[in-house]
Design a protein around this ligand. Structure first.
Ligand SMILES: Nc1nc2c(ncn2[C@@H]2O[C@H](COP(=O)(O)OP(=O)(O)OP(=O)(O)O)[C@@H](O)[C@H]2O)c(=O)[nH]1
Ligand SMILES: [Mg+2]
Length: 332
């Protein structure tokens, strides 16, 4: 009989230790594959590449789901994830997870209006925090209100789908299953069906993978830093003309205007961020592109967060991958 790993959904096997689902000893008691065991007990993280047929997943879910909860990490609201949300052709609710990271002064109802205006999201939106167990009850309310029997948790990798399902399991008093969660991408590898009671099955899904990322797959320390576990303190930098902000030696963002501008960074406080002046040539050999920023816009950096910039300005972005950067109207 095919047995799946409780942690990641991969089919358990003991024949190939380079393949997903591997365990040295496969017996009736085996619950987790070796990779999940190592993540859970030793916090040993590695990014594994898996080929996923996203079209198949999108169609399968669109055709079978009564309702999909599409999860987005608050720091990762961007055009790519919203486009994917829109492609799901079924009833859906947007969950913005990880609200524990943002200052409590940010008004969530304002963000709802902004999602509608800026990203044309007309569906219901729930704000929650899986790790802080905040507002999980709203998900249950939706399930009960619609008398649902089968719901899917869908979204990009690392948005917190499995963390949310673990919290839902606690609420439904399912105690024998804990799904593996981790800060690296591709933690969940296949669908994980959890029958929480006789009437309801909740299905966790492997995350969609970003078309491009700020990090390389072997930069585990950077990936960990990008996933803060505690509240983010926004930090403001005043940038004189020609001064730049450097983030993790991955990008140089230069003020190309004639006036001083102020940058407020909404991203992990663990990141190495510094200001340099024109005389410092660091990263100046990267390709660069000019980006025009309208008043009170954000510079969004995929997988990282965003920078709120109040003044209209021109930026010089020096980077190896421009696709990670985009601008949008701010919700402030
Ligand atoms: N600060 C914060 N971190 C969270 C929250 N929810 C999840 N995380 C963290 O985000 C990371 C990813 O969580 P997962 O639940 O594994 O994400 P996933 O969407 O299942 O990822 P894949 O299985 O790769 O698709 C982990 O490090 C979690 O601890 C939250 O509400 N707040
Ligand atoms: Mg997962």
């Amino acid at each position: 009989m095919i047995k799946k790993c409780i942690g990641c959904g991969a089919v358990l096997q003991n024949t190939n230790d380079n393949q997903i689902g591997y365990v040295p000893n496969l017996n009736t008691k085996t619950k987790y594959c070796r990779r999940c065991f190592r993540i859970i007990h030793y916090n040993e993280l590695e990014v594994i590449k898996v080929l996923k047929d996203e079209e198949f997943v999108l169609n399968e879910i669109s055709n079978n789901a009564e309702l999909v909860f599409f999860i987005i990490d608050f720091l990762n609201i961007n055009q790519e994830v919203i486009a994917k949300f829109k492609r799901l052709a079924c009833k859906k609710i947007l969950i913005i997870n990880k609200v524990d990271l943002i200052p409590s002064s940010i008004r969530l109802d304002k963000i709802k209006d902004w999602l509608k205006e800026e990203y044309k999201v007309d569906e219901s939106v729930i704000f929650l925090s899986a790790t802080k167990n905040k507002n999980i009850g709203s998900v249950i309310k939706e399930i009960e209100k619609n008398n649902l029997k089968k719901v899917y948790l869908v979204g990009y990798t690392n948005s917190g789908k499995s963390s949310i399902l673990n919290k839902l399991c606690q609420k439904y008093e399912v105690t024998d299953k804990v799904i593996t969660t981790s800060p690296v991408p591709n933690t969940t590898l296949d669908l994980i069906n959890i029958k929480v009671n006789n009437n309801l099955t909740i299905i966790d899904t492997p995350g969609f993978i970003y078309e491009e990322t700020f990090y390389l797959d072997n930069e585990i320390e950077l990936i960990k830093k990008l996933n803060p576990q505690k509240y983010i303190k926004p930090i403001t930098y005043q940038l004189k003309p020609k001064a730049s902000v450097i983030i993790e030696n991955k990008v140089r963002i230069e003020n190309r205007s004639t006036k001083k501008i102020s940058f407020t960074m909404y991203m992990s406080n663990d990141l190495n961020i510094r200001v340099v002046y024109e005389s410092n040539k660091i990263l100046n050999n990267f390709p660069y592109r000019i980006m025009k920023i309208a008043p009170n816009n954000d510079l969004v950096i995929k997988n990282v967060g965003f920078i709120n910039i109040k003044d209209e300005c021109q930026l010089g972005i020096y980077t190896e991958d421009f696709a990670v950067y985009e601008s949008r109207k701010s919700f402030f």
